[in-house]
Write a protein that binds this ligand. Structure first.
Ligand code: SAH
Ligand code: SF4
Ligand code: F3S
Length: 469
């Protein structure tokens, strides 16, 4: 694995944009407006990458459409985090043979985290001949030249060599939501949790320059964006690779001092690097949402050590207690893995007791999935699948009952929410802590803040009524 960082120069980016112009010229000559479909799997990081891919496609003259059928180019931006995620991609990729048969000019690309795994690339090369191009996350910025190559040579391209992790500024972007913007502040991960594939497929941690991040935030706010979510696999280690003398808390504070009515969220925080300075900064600025996603993964210190997480149960609880003490209304969410190799019944119960103690607003729960090339995939794993499933069910029912109780406690409260969309007959809104509220009201309110009284609740959402002005 190459551990260096390359900052892509402006002229390299300009060269890619010149390929966009050339692609546009090809289609103009044919008198056709081509269509492009981008399908995204996985996390927000991938969503943000897909927005860049749509930006480059749009610059190349493509209209962005919502299905593969009839599209001139299809991009599958993939996730490798669990086996199930990969199986879905292979299934959907297979189905594209039919859309391509009906529209023979269709060009199909696979990118994202699966494209960072050699065995996946080999499988595509051999068994999925209808795929025209594969490129890993390091090569995302070169997509216009890859597309141009495929269109003009009709040959397959594979851009998956292990290069230094790149940072490219100034790529075009088509955002999928005007109210909520993703801003990647860093890429890659250095942590090598023993179960996780991310460091292998996304390379080492590398931070964008603070001035580039601030400029992107300012532009979003000027365009009417109300929520900015800062993205990174471990945002707390932001800046460690820069000579800029700025850490994540400093960056948050700088963004929080920008003019405008907006909220800042961020994910993900690794408990290893989160600390008092971060929580004090969150508490100090009204524009930083009092919401924290702090994955604990397991309640057992023995398992945490085997996971290479670099904190134990006590350190985690200390962090949470401090965060709650400086932010009494903090909304806390987390990720947890059930059935890590060798997890005993007692160790699993430590996970349950931690959940009871912390009382998360919501949890993202996963069953351990062995990933080829990671240390945990080689560990002895004597627990049968049925036992893991049973643990998973116990965990989910505990969390559901906690979520339900936590939501009930909102009833009767007045809360400021951002009205962000419609779902069926109702408007949807989010509290500062990110909880979903459903309410009745005029669609014209979308994009505005309002105060609501919470009138009801269930496991997944709150029900609200608009307060009279
Ligand atoms: N960088 C983030 C997590 C990104 S992956 C962090 O460190 O918190 C999102 C979640 O997927 C992880 O928090 C973990 O709970 C889960 N996950 C990762 N690899 C997994 C695997 N091999 N099996 C099951 N769950 C996994
Ligand atoms: Fe994976 Fe751990 Fe990095 Fe998160 S911090 S992306 S879980 S290796
Ligand atoms: Fe999946 Fe890659 Fe994100 S593996 S979870 S898309 S970083």
């Amino acid at each position: 694995m190459n551990t260096k960082t390359t900052r892509i120069t402006q002229s390299q980016v300009d060269e890619q944009l010149s390929y966009c112009a050339r692609i546009q010229a090809i289609w103009m000559e044919r008198g056709i407006t081509p269509k492009a479909y981008v399908e995204t799997y996985g996390c927000q990081q991938n969503e943000a990458d897909s927005e860049r891919i749509r930006g480059m496609l749009s610059d190349a003259g493509y209209a962005i459409c919502n299905e593969a059928e009839g599209a001139d180019v299809v991009i599958m931006n993939t996730c490798a985090i669990r086996e199930h995620a990969e199986q879905r991609v292979f299934g959907n990729l297979g189905a594209l043979t039919h859309t391509k048969r009906r529209h023979p000019g269709q060009k199909i690309f696979l990118c994202g985290c699966m494209a960072g795994q050699e065995q996946v690339v080999e499988r595509i090369r051999k068994s999925y001949p209808h795929v025209d191009g594969v490129f890993s996350t390091h090569h995302l910025w070169q997509f216009p030249s890859l597309l141009y190559q495929v269109l003009t040579t009709q040959k397959r391209v594979f851009s998956t060599v292990d290069e230094p992790g790149s940072i490219a500024e100034g790529l075009p972007v088509v955002r999928s939501n005007n109210l909520k913007g993703w801003v990647s502040i860093m890429y890659g991960c250095n942590n090598f949790c023993t179960y996780c594939i991310v460091p292998y497929v996304r390379g080492r941690e590398r931070s964008r320059m603070p001035e580039d991040i601030l400029a992107e935030c300012k532009a979003l706010i000027a365009a009417g964006c109300k929520e900015i979510t800062l993205l990174g696999q471990n945002v707390n280690s932001y800046g460690k690779d820069l000579n800029a003398n700025v850490d994540f808390s400093d960056l948050l504070a700088q963004i929080a001092q920008l003019d405008g009515e907006f909220l800042i969220r961020f994910m993900t925080s690794h408990p290893r690097d989160a600390g008092k300075k971060l929580f004090d900064t969150m508490a100090a600025y009204p524009k930083i949402a009092k919401q924290l996603h702090l994955p604990f993964q397991s309640g057992s210190s023995r398992v945490l050590k085997a996971m290479n997480r670099h904190y134990d149960r006590e350190k985690y609880l200390e962090l949470v207690n401090y965060a709650k003490s400086v932010m009494p209304d903090l909304v806390l969410t987390s990720d947890v893995i059930v059935g890590f190799p060798g997890e005993t019944e007692e160790e699993f119960e430590e996970t349950l007791t931690l959940i009871r103690q912390v009382r998360y607003d919501a949890l993202f729960t996963f069953i351990f999935s062995p990933r080829e090339g990671t240390p945990a995939a080689e560990m002895e794993d004597p627990t049968p699948r049925e036992e893991k499933n049973a643990r998973f069910d116990r965990l989910c029912s505990l969390q559901n009952s906690i979520s339900e109780e936590m939501h009930k406690a909102y009833v009767g409260k007045h809360m400021r929410v951002l009205i962000d969309g419609v779902d069926g007959e109702q408007l949807t809104a989010r509290t500062e802590g990110g909880r979903l509220v459903r309410l009745t009201g005029d669609e014209q309110l979308i994009g505005t803040y309002a105060t609501v009284t919470i009138t009801g609740s269930n496991t997944w959402s709150l029900i609200g009524a608009l307060d009279k002005e």
